[in-house]
Design a protein around this ligand. Structure first.
Ligand SMILES: Nc1ncnc2c1ncn2[C@@H]1O[C@H](COP(=O)(O)O)[C@@H](OP(=O)(O)O)[C@H]1O
Ligand SMILES: [Mg+2]
Length: 263
């Protein structure tokens, strides 16, 4: 007997299957397409948020199970199986980052995050911004465009901007640029829409793993707010603060936090 297959399940090419970078991007785009379809169903508010989270999680879990059956997965939307702590390869995914903005069409500041951790660090990642029609990924040339603004621009949460980031912006004479989604904020630095994303006060590994992999591949600076490295696939998945910025801004930001803290 053959197993029943879902008619709508996308199939990767052999080329995509052979390359973790390409697979990360393909998975993020497949989930993004699914999320755009959910958005067309006419749901609103909490129902739309829940339908989006569930649909993207179900698709990514099924595709990873099918195409990378030996790998572990850490997802915002699934129970944490600690088998990942002994695994060689762990996919760290946020099926829908910026759930609030996803539920407010036609906003485009929401994303799908797919990262691969192996041997102690992130080795591949992709961030799809489906409503923008863009995917940012590791594994091919990625350069940040030349800086177009003399005055630094700092991406912040549109709904919960941390107070210390306002103080930092004053000190650097920077402009705050509010937007949803951690991934979208990090990709805004990659795209030269902003120059830095500085956050503290709470977040989890899945909020930053894929965007940090992409930001590093683009040559950006990434660290915790105290300047120490971002470390993934830990038993405690809380990763509450980070800096992603153009390299020339990193010293001033770390120094500001050293002097003033983040409270
Ligand atoms: N203080 C906090 N504690 C926990 N998670 C936070 C947080 N601030 C931001 N996040 C998470 O980071 C993502 C971006 O948030 P924001 O747009 O406010 O910057 C959201 O992910 P999800 O949408 O996947 O839940 C949100 O849950
Ligand atoms: Mg998230």
């Amino acid at each position: 007997m053959t197993e029943p297959t879902s008619p709508s399940l996308p199939e990767p090419t052999a080329e995509v299957l052979a390359d973790d970078h390409a697979l990360a991007a393909w998975l993020a785009e497949a989930a993004g397409d699914r999320l755009l379809a959910v958005r067309r169903e006419g749901l609103e508010g909490r129902e739309l948020k829940d339908a989006g989270d569930a649909a993207a999680q179900a698709l990514l879990a099924e595709l990873l199970g099918r195409h990378r059956p030996d790998d572990a997965v850490l997802s915002e939307e699934a129970a944490d199986d600690h088998v990942r702590l002994e695994a060689d390869r762990v996919w760290i995914i946020d099926p829908l980052d910026g759930t609030r903005e996803f539920s407010e069409p036609p906003r485009d500041d929401w994303a799908v995050h797919v990262a691969l951790w192996s041997g102690g660090d992130l080795v591949a990642g992709a961030v799809a911004q489906p409503a923008l029609g863009e995917t940012f990924r590791t594994g091919h040339d990625l350069t940040v465009p030349p800086r177009t603004s003399d005055r630094p621009r700092i991406a912040v949460s549109r709904t919960r901007p941390p107070a210390f980031v306002r103080a930092l912006a004053e000190e650097l004479d920077a402009e705050l640029v509010p937007m949803g989604s951690a991934g979208v904020k990090m990709m805004s630095v990659v795209r030269d829409v902003t120059d830095a994303y500085v956050h503290a006060g709470g977040q989890y590994e899945w909020d930053s793993a894929a965007p940090v992999a992409v930001a590093r591949a683009a040559g950006l600076f990434t660290s915790r707010v105290d300047g120490s490295p971002l470390v993934y696939n830990q038993a405690d998945v809380s990763l509450p603060d980070l800096i992603v910025c153009r390299p020339e801004l990193s010293e001033a930001i770390v120094e500001f936090v050293r002097r003033h803290g983040t409270d």
